[in-house]
Ligand binder design. Structure first.
Ligand SMILES: Cc1cc2nc3c(=O)[nH]c(=O)nc-3n(C[C@H](O)[C@H](O)[C@H](O)COP(=O)(O)O)c2cc1C
Length: 177
């Protein structure tokens, strides 16, 4: 049985819930997986057999703590089975929902010293009711530019949970490798 570390960088909790779904699926397959915030300094990533990092996009970028973590642990991440997934709204578009086509993932990998062995892209959620006035305006602008919903009553989740489960299967295979 592998011991798998699932780390999330999340603002409104979706990336964390994706990690929790991965954890459930891995547990069903007999794997032990733990979900933790990426910024949890009490963790020792070296104590795990495989590492998965999931992070959402905000204003065009993953949280800077993602790159900081990668830079600190790059040797470990390269040595172990490791995976990365990104969560964003641009990925709701079918032609931007793969590692080869998602602009945020491509940009992240271009600036990142780590080349994860497995990559995932998941569409995020939009819920204007949760945002403050400045964030709401910002998201309406982002959505207007991307031809998405701008109605402030919009609450929609674009995440394909079957795709998350397929990714969990690939994480399991990676951890076994
Ligand atoms: C303030 C703010 C800015 C965002 N900026 C972007 C963006 O530039 N591009 C994008 O595709 N999604 C953007 N999103 C959408 C988030 O990536 C999406 O809501 C995701 O589900 C958030 O996941 P989390 O709850 O794990 O943080 C933004 C969301 C918020 C609230």
């Amino acid at each position: 049985m592998s011991k798998i570390l699932l780390l999330y960088s999340s603002v409104y909790g979706l990336s964390k819930r994706i990690c929790e779904r991965l954890q459930t699926h891995l547990a069903e397959k007999g794997q032990s997986a733990e979900v933790h915030a990426l910024v949890d300094d009490t963790l020792d990533p070296a104590a795990y057999d495989a590492i998965v990092i999931g992070a959402s996009i905000r204003q065009g970028k993953h949280n800077p703590s993602v790159l900081a973590f990668v830079q600190k642990h790059v040797a470990l991440l390269e040595a172990k089975p490791s995976a990365f997934f990104t969560v964003n709204l641009v990925a709701r578009k079918p032609h931007k929902n793969t590692p080869e086509t998602n602009p945020y993932l491509k940009r992240f990998l271009a600036t990142c010293p780590w080349q994860p062995k497995l990559l995932g892209v998941f569409a995020g959620e939009l819920d204007y009711s949760r945002y403050g006035p400045v964030e709401r305006r910002m998201m309406q602008l982002v959505m207007w530019i991307n031809k998405g919903p701008t109605d402030p009553s919009t609450r929609v989740q674009f995440t394909n949970w079957s795709e998350v489960e397929r990714f969990a299967g690939r994480v399991e295979a990676l951890a076994r490798s």
